[in-house]
Design a protein around this ligand. Structure first.
Ligand code: ADP
Ligand code: MG
Length: 670
């Protein structure tokens, strides 16, 4: 079993990853890259600590499986030893030790041994090493993730790693001495990083496969091996002693009978991802007390909290279970025999070597970092909130990670929220614009279909009406003044004339008439419009021209009609007097004429209907409801536009109405 640098120990299950950055935050090696909205583990940077596996609530981190390899190995019929890590009581809480051993034998293991024995050898060797080298300082090496971390990120500290084989390897070497070099060894434990421990000093694997406890449970389930029907049995010799304390934090110190004397400060013990990183950093920078002789570091809070465990028991319960197990085995063991075994193995080679695998990244320049920070909206130190939501402790660390291609600037939560807020605002505005446009469109569609109807009727009525008028006039001429019929005929003529006007209005609305374009000074238009409407004294008139001499191309008579209608509506809306304002200005090749009043205003309900033919709020005989439709038709014939703003509610402010007519300066009407 040789792990290639490119073979990951842990991978992300893409479908499950919700990109919450928790794994980024918890990874001490910063080996997780967010790319394309996926948390991706970089195998060359990963130290296998398994923190990401433990913290992922979505179970999106998967430990690379060795199940198939172990099954294949057992199927070969070769002698395979199962080396069980001393944390097993914390995993198999519900199983008594002898039953577990029996179950392993049922799986086909020829030997079932305790790694605690290897730990005893390692502990003894560590103590000797410290005694033989009183001036040297060591970092203990039973935790493969710590070793891996130092080899990758603190190459200068590799020389401090104690050159002593791990308990797992020590056990394997002892067993091979006992049972022959062809013995196959499977380590079973709580650790993911063990799968990546470099175990091939001379090309021959010392450990053939590594199973986590979780995987062992899988093998047992797959093969149907349960406690039922299992013949309980003891571990094979050599049995473990206090080495069984190794999986507890500071347990290795006790096993080696090394006193963590706080007064002398020679021993520094740290466990858990924040502590171990801090200690290594301090050690490298020289901040750590010069007295320190042994750094006892564990990546997890003791191996009993390893990511390969399935147990959900809390830390101190697990500690208590392992302690109790050690107490019981020590009480039942024969110390003389244990010493014997240790003596037999006293000349066993426990050496190991290390390999620097520098994965440090070049530090980006201050300018590069500043550019990334600016991209995340952080232009001043005060903008750096250091909220940690991105998975990095500070905005600066996040920016550095972005420079190195490990992170994306979108991971910044405050920045993303701000961007989102902006987008929502913009969407709301464009939504409003869309709604207004849609309403205008519906309105003009309705008016267009009314126009068609009106035009149809007007055409049909126009001819018979002409005949009625012709004959009525003929009759009128032939009738003497004093004849009683005369009055009736006059009435017919008057009413038919009125009909004629209405029909003409409808044709205008339906844009069935032609426009006759000519250059016209706007000032004259306004004056003509004003002159054709009688304006009572109570109404004050204001005229405002942006350009006094503005000349535009339009159908003079028709536009005067537009102004006349608008002015008379305005005057009628101010029975108690007020101000009438006429204005003109230009914008983008258009002329904008506005007629506004301080009258009663148009209610919201009526607003949508004022351009409909025959809609009027005025009493019978006063309004025809054709003024605005005619205006509408004329303006559309000019390819222009008319808009109205009005307030009829005194509670909402001064009442009044403003009609704005926009016409092209170079008439394009047909
Ligand atoms: P009419 O003037 O014959 O009623 P219009 O088409 O000119 O027909 O106007 C339709 C309706 O629009 C009016 O009856 C009135 O309710 C409303 N209106 C038009 N202009 C104004 C205005 N300046 N102020 C208040 N209401 C107006
Ligand atoms: Mg009118």
């Amino acid at each position: 079993m040789i792990r290639q640098a490119s073979t990951p120990l842990v991978t992300t299950v893409k479908e499950r990853c919700r990109v919450c950055y928790t794994c980024v935050r918890e990874c001490p090696a910063k080996a997780i890259r967010i790319a394309g909205w996926q948390a991706e583990i970089m195998p060359e940077r990963c130290v296998g600590c398994g923190n990401c596996v433990r913290v992922c609530s979505q179970k999106a981190k998967q430990v690379t499986s060795s199940l198939a390899e172990v099954r294949a190995l057992l199927a070969t019929g070769q002698r395979v030893a199962a080396c069980v890590a001393p944390s097993f009581p914390a995993e198999f809480i519900d199983l008594d030790t002898r039953t577990l051993v029996g179950m392993l034998r049922r799986l086909g293991f020829a030997f079932v041994n305790e790694v605690a024995f290897g730990a005893d050898l390692t502990a003894r060797r560590t103590r000797e090493m410290l005694e033989e080298n009183p001036d040297r300082c060591y970092i203990s090496t039973s935790c493969p993730a710590i070793v891996s971390y130092i080899e990758r990120y603190y190459p200068a500290l590799v020389e401090y790693l104690a050159p002593i084989a791990s308990p797992m390897v020590a056990t394997a070497r002892a067993l091979r001495r006992l049972h022959g070099e062809d013995l196959k060894v499977v380590f079973i434990g709580p650790c993911v990083a063990k799968k990546g421990e470099d175990l091939t000093p001379d090309g021959v694997p010392e450990i053939d496969e590594v199973l986590t406890f979780a995987e062992l449970r899988q093998v047992l389930a797959d093969t149907g091996v349960t406690a039922k029907g299992t013949v309980a049995s003891d571990f094979d010799p050599p049995r473990g002693g206090t080495g069984a304390l190794y999986p507890l934090s500071r347990g290795a110190l006790q096993a080696a009978n090394i006193d963590e004397d706080l007064i002398h400060g020679e021993i520094v013990a740290a466990d858990g991802r924040t502590s171990f990183v801090e200690v290594i950093k301090e050690f490298e920078s020289g901040d750590l007390d010069l007295n320190a002789r042994l750094l006892e570091l564990l990546c997890c809070n003791g191996c009993i909290m390893g990511a390969g465990m399935t147990s959900d028991a809390p830390l101190f319960r697990r500690r208590a279970i392992v302690s109790k197990h050690v107490r019981q085995t020590l009480a039942a063991s024969d110390p003389g025999q244990h010493e014997d075994w240790l003596g037999q193995m006293s000349d066993l080679d426990l050496s190991r070597t290390f390999r620097i695998d520098d994965q440090r990244m070049t530090v980006p320049t201050e300018d590069e970092v500043a550019a990334v920070l600016a991209r995340m909206g952080k232009h001043h130190p005060a903008d750096e909130l250091n909220c940690g939501a991105c998975g990095y402790d500070t905005c600066r660390e996040h920016a550095v990670a972005v420079c190195k291609g490990l992170a994306e600037s979108e991971m910044c939560l405050p920045f993303t929220i701000e961007a989102l807020r902006k987008t929502v605002g913009e969407l709301a505005v464009s939504h409003d614009e869309l709604r207004t446009t849609q309403q205008a469109l519906m309105h003009s569609e309705r008016l267009a279909s009314m126009g068609q109807l009106a035009a149809g009727i007007a055409h049909e009525v126009n001819n018979p009406l002409g005949v009625v008028l012709l004959y009525a006039h003929m009759l009128l001429e032939e009738t003497q003044k004093e004849q009683p019929l005369r009055k009736d005929l006059e009435m017919i003529v008057a009413q038919a004339d009125r009909c004629k006007k209405i029909v003409a209005g409808l044709l205008n609305f339906a844009r069935q008439n032609k426009v006759f374009l000519q250059e016209t000074p706007v000032r004259d238009l306004m004056l003509q419009g004003l002159r054709s409407v009688p304006i009572p004294d109570s109404v004050k008139v204001q005229v405002e021209h942006e350009q006094e001499r503005l000349v535009v191309e339009l159908d003079r008579d028709q536009i005067i009609q537009v102004l006349t209608n608008l002015i008379s509506n305005a005057v009628e809306a101010m029975p108690a007097g007020g101000t009438l304002t006429l204005s003109s200005r230009t914008s983008n090749g258009h002329v904008i004429l506005a007629v506004s009043d301080t009258g009663v205003g148009i209610s919201r309900d009526n607003m949508n209907r004022i351009f409909e033919p025959f809609f009027t709020t005025k009493p019978m005989g006063k309004g025809t409801g054709l003024g605005l439709p005619v205006i509408y038709g004329i303006i559309k014939m000019h390819r222009g536009d008319i808009k109205v703003e009005s307030n009829a509610d005194p509670a909402a402010g001064p009442t009044g109405t403003c009609f704005t007519v926009t016409l092209p300066r170079q008439g394009r009407g047909e």
